[in-house]
Design a protein around this ligand. Structure first.
Ligand code: PBG
Length: 339
């Protein structure tokens, strides 16, 4: 029996040389030099709730630090906001009187048109965007016209066009249809153009998931549906391809900017949309995301400024150009303190 030949052994490999990523993390100077993402006040849009009546701002229980403003106090607020370094606001109104059709939403003397005029007068350079939806104006709280127990898509988009025209006539720069009806961007574009507002832009709520994180907002707006839910028109949170289709569709219907919401649950969509769509992308850090951060900060479990900055940074890193956030004013204050 020939003796088994010894198995050839590979020469001992040299210890692997680590890739020393820490070289660029060593000092604050190096870290600043190579930082890839920036969040500045100019990237943020501040949402404002407008309420009927006059008098001091009314707090919102579920959103500490956020108030509802009467039109009479908006001029002063707008001046303050632009003095703080913010450039854009997004307005939400409520009905003075709710009805089945949501008629107050397109009244020329409604709260939002009056708010737009008040802000424009006192802070002419502030960019004014307005939410265009029916949920805060309908007695049933749905985002559209209800016929036979269902939201009627095509009757609703016609109403959205009227609302957008009322806001544009008051001087809004951007209108933001958020009802999640099919064809709403095209309908709003058409209505604006026919009414002589070809320069007013559309910030489309293109990818809006049916989310638990809108709960504090519905409290603020008194806009929770009185029956059913919004899953018949908002996107199922399990779906990303559908969300990307909605974004592509809204872009082709004439949207000028595309929004995704909630923000922190949509980072995959921001990253994927960033590669496919050249339009500016906006992420909405919604009421529940805000309330969650506020609660964690109040409980002392995170440092508020660090945690908020980290979320805004991640949202920008994922691909958002702009972020709608209730933290805009606080962030602007932190930014001013840092310089
Ligand atoms: C209107 C609208 C909603 C939000 C923005 N526009 C509520 C909803 O769809 O129920 C949510 C914003 C937030 O939670 O901060 N349809």
């Amino acid at each position: 029996m020939p003796r088994a030949r010894p198995v050839a052994r590979a020469p001992p490999s040299p210890a692997p040389v680590p890739v020393r990523l820490r070289r660029l993390r060593r000092t604050a100077g190096l870290r600043e030099l190579v930082a890839e993402t920036e969040v500045a006040s100019r990237h943020l849009i501040y949402p404002i709730f407008v309420r009927p009546g006059t008098g001091p701002p009314a707090p919102i229980g579920s959103m500490p630090g956020i108030d509802r403003y009467g039109v009479d106090s908006l001029g002063e607020l707008a001046r303050r906001i632009s003095g703080e370094g913010l450039r854009a606001v997004l307005l939400f109104g409520v009905a003075r009187r709710k009805d089945r059709e949501g008629r107050d939403a397109w009244a020329a003397d409604g709260l939002v048109p009056r708010a737009v005029r008040a802000i424009r007068r006192s802070a002419p350079d502030l960019v004014i965007a307005t939410d265009v939806c029916l949920c805060a104006y309908t007695s049933h709280g749905h985002c559209g016209v209800v016929r036979k127990g269902e939201v009627d898509n095509d009757a609703t988009v016609e109403r959205l066009g009227r609302i957008a025209v009322a806001h544009a006539a008051a001087g809004a720069d951007l209108v933001a249809p958020s009802a999640m009806m099919d064809g709403e961007v095209a309908a709003v574009r058409g209505a604006l153009d026919r009414a002589g507002h070809p320069t007013v832009g559309i910030l489309a709520y293109a990818s809006k998931h049916a989310s638990a994180f809108y709960a504090p907002f519905r409290d603020a707006e008194d806009s929770a549906p009185s029956f059913g839910d919004r899953r018949g028109y908002q996107i199922d949170p399990r779906n990303a391809r559908e969300a990307l289709r909605a974004m592509a569709r809204d872009a082709s219907e004439g949207a000028d900017l595309l929004m995704v919401k909630p923000a922190i649950t949509s980072l995959d969509l921001l990253a994927r949309a960033r590669h496919r769509i050249a339009l500016p992308l906006v992420a909405y850090q919604v009421s529940g995301e805000y309330a969650m951060l506020k609660a964690a900060a109040a409980a002392g479990v995170v440092d508020e400024r660090a945690a908020v900055t980290e979320t805004l940074t991640a949202i920008r890193r994922a691909g958002a150009d702009l972020v709608v956030t209730y933290y805009a004013r606080e962030f602007a204050r932190w930014a001013r303190e840092a310089t």
